[in-house]
Design a protein around this ligand. Structure first.
Ligand SMILES: [Zn+2]
Length: 253
């Protein structure tokens, strides 16, 4: 075994004795994936779970981190009426995620990185919790909403903007496992442009493929492009984590 690395970076797979050896002496960072179950066009309902879990496993060694077990149930919102989708009440979600963050800090992680797979109200809750728990525990907490943070990569790889369950997210999942995407069920009319604020809203939203820009982001199911996108997104997220930690250290926080 290479002693530069623990036998596993997954917290549910490591023993307490090995964990003690590595955290916090040699590993100070933990990646916490958070998702939800929600309709995603022709991509698996667990896309928001599967994407950040894959991301965490992919970048953990690069950013010298452990990976915490995913928090799969989330605060879904306007798509929870679709079959197989699921939401938990905001209050319950907030208290539960808060307890997980405090638990990670008590396990002596100095840096907690929430890899969030789901937007909307969940993003707001996680940002608020980062501040609250950061103040309370002295852990340094970063929340990453990958699809937003990597919108430049979406432009770069696909030449246009993406969306929810659109080209970008579908590609990311396809790169993880093509069998999670059912191209044969896809029709372009399954997509709707997301309303800009205060123009209109609907519950349930009439499409689970939600385009950020009218006419852009329809999935193209190109596996080679999907793999390029997956790699570039992971590189950018890993860079963000490394730079953020470096700057926290530099500032003496
Ligand atoms: Zn999603």
């Amino acid at each position: 075994m290479n002693k530069a690395d623990p036998s596993t970076r997954e917290m549910e797979r490591i023993t307490w004795m090995e964990f003690r050896e590595w955290v916090p002496a040699k590993i100070k960072t933990v990646l916490l994936p958070l998702g939800t179950l929600e309709a995603h066009g022709v991509t698996a309902n667990g896309t928001d779970i599967i994407a950040p879990v894959a991301m965490a496993k992919e970048i953990a060694a690069r950013v010298s981190a452990m990976v915490a077990p995913v928090i799969p149930y989330g605060f879904t919102g306007i798509l929870d009426a679709y079959p197989g989708s699921f939401t938990v009440p905001e209050e319950a979600y907030r208290v539960y995620v808060r307890a997980v963050l405090v638990g990670l800090a008590r396990n002596k992680f100095k840096n907690i990185v929430m890899l969030n797979g789901h937007g909307g109200g969940q993003t707001a809750i996680l940002s608020a919790l980062a501040q609250e728990v950061g103040r309370e525990t002295n852990a340094r907490i970063l929340v990453v909403n990958w699809w937003s943070f990597c919108s430049d990569i979406t432009q770069d790889v696909f030449g246009q903007d993406g969306g929810h369950a659109a080209e970008n997210e579908t590609a990311y999942v396809m790169a993880i496992d093509p069998s999670l995407v059912r191209q044969e069920d896809y029709r372009p009319e399954m997509a709707t442009a997301m309303p800009s604020p205060n123009t209109w809203s609907a519950y349930p939203f009439p499409s689970s493929i939600m385009l950020y820009k009218e006419g852009q982001g329809f999935p193209n199911f190109d596996l080679a492009q999907a793999r390029t996108y997956f790699a570039k997104v992971n590189d950018k997220i890993a860079r963000l984590i490394e730079e953020t930690i470096k700057k926290w250290d530099l500032a003496g926080l």
